[in-house]
Design a protein around this ligand. Structure first.
Ligand SMILES: [Zn+2]
Length: 409
């Protein structure tokens, strides 16, 4: 049977264009919704693949510097029920007071505005509270009391794959001592999750770092400690303090001094972030050229997205004409004699390139692409980028209006 016979069979069976196994659904966004723009859906990706893609997108959109750019640009798309619009979601962000040797948990939201998260922090064997928002502090106290009264469970290990379980510890107090009961759970709901500080933090900060319980932008209680045991000890102390109604010293009026450094640590999986970038390129291509959905010349790139099977792609230098653009992301396809070059640029900053050898969809030298305007929430698709390039060159002042006709791209 020929390749095209197989293509027809798959299309009739309506199989997912990534795994070729499961029936496809209409849930996958062509371009990640949380990066802004108009919502476009694919009808050829199965729910399983769609789910498997989400950890890749978390690495790219929440944990990598793309998350920071998203927050600075105030691109909406996060879930509601949060204190700040456009917060930076994942990275470890701290304010380090070198004089007092205190490292506090900080949040950053739209256009880089820092706020002190509501937190209970251990400082030299005593526990203190800090907060810069009264409403958040009240919610923090309510959540904590509710948790102490009804749950007292902390999650000490998140599953590394889907079918795995959570490790949970339940804390009870008897007299002056605390008891721990280990549990394994399929799902967690009321648990406080303990996160260990990621590797790569500088020594100065590590020396001054103490464990803390804090509330995140999505109104969840979390613990950050140097390791899980340190986190467990902190929560035991907090439970005892609440049981015994001991007072907690407030450092509520701690002002974020402008002279202090706010430290942002990006710990993210570069390969997963690149797989997410390649998926964006493939999705856009298959959306505008549906006849390529099952094309074998896309298979190697799809295998890289799905299984990390080696495939060539990489981050590229910024290009003034392609990448410098206000409030847009771009996905460009350039036809060369050898195949199609795919160029994905997010926030005029992160540019990722990969090639699809042997793919011929236009005449060599021709280009097309999608421009996602995250400010106007609009997508523009260009069948031919020549028109777009001329307007760009005019914008950049590289081309006077009258010269237009003489330029050949
Ligand atoms: Zn699939």
């Amino acid at each position: 049977m020929t390749d095209s016979d197989n293509d027809i069979k798959r299309q009739i069976a309506n199989l997912c264009c990534y795994c070729n196994t499961n029936p496809s659904a209409k849930s996958e966004h062509v371009f990640p919704a949380s990066l802004g723009g108009e919502a476009l859906y694919m009808d050829c990706v199965c729910d399983k693949c769609n789910n498997d893609f989400s950890p890749l997108e978390i690495e790219l959109i929440q944990k990598s510097p793309v998350g920071m750019m998203k927050s600075v640009a105030e691109v909406s798309g996060y879930k509601k029920k949060q204190y700040w619009s456009n917060p930076i979601k994942y990275p470890e962000i701290f304010m380090h007071d070198h004089k007092e040797h205190i490292v506090l948990e900080v949040g950053l939201h739209g256009k880089f505005r820092p706020h002190l998260r509501t937190q209970i922090i251990k400082i030299k064997e005593e526990i203190h509270t800090a907060s810069s928002l009264k409403e958040e502090a009240t919610e923090f106290a309510n959540l904590l009391h509710e948790w102490v009264k009804h749950h007292r469970t902390v999650c000490t290990r998140l599953p590394s794959n889907k079918n795995d379980n959570f490790d949970v510890v339940k804390i009870d107090i008897q007299g002056n001592s605390s008891l721990r009961h280990n549990e394994i759970k399929k799902k967690i709901k009321n648990e406080i999750v303990i996160y260990a500080l990621t590797d790569g933090q500088e020594e100065n900060l590590l020396n001054d770092f103490e464990p803390r319980l804090f509330i995140d932008d999505r109104k969840r209680l979390l613990i950050r400690a140097r390791n899980i045991e340190e986190g467990l000890q902190l929560i035991e102390t907090i439970v005892k303090v609440i049981y015994n109604k001991q007072p907690i010293t407030s450092i509520e009026n701690y002002v974020l001094p402008s002279s202090e450094w706010i430290k942002i640590h990006f710990g993210f999986d570069v390969i997963k972030a690149q797989r997410a970038l390649m998926k964006i390129g493939l999705n856009v291509l298959m959306y505008y050229y549906p006849e390529l959905k099952y094309d074998p010349r896309l298979s190697n790139a799809k295998q890289y997205v799905l299984n990390e099977t080696p495939f060539n792609g990489g981050l590229a230098d910024r290009n003034e004409i392609f990448d410098k653009s206000d409030s847009t992301h771009q996905v460009f396809f350039m036809q060369h004699a050898e195949g199609v070059m795919v160029r994905i640029c997010l926030f005029s900053y992160i540019t990722y390139l990969f090639a699809l050898p042997g793919l011929m969809i236009k005449k060599p030298g021709e280009a097309f692409g999608l421009i996602v305007d995250y400010e106007k929430k609009k997508n523009m698709y260009f069948q031919n980028l020549e028109e777009w390039a001329i307007s760009r060159m005019q914008q950049l002042g590289w081309l006077a209006d009258s010269e237009q006709d003489e330029i050949i791209i």
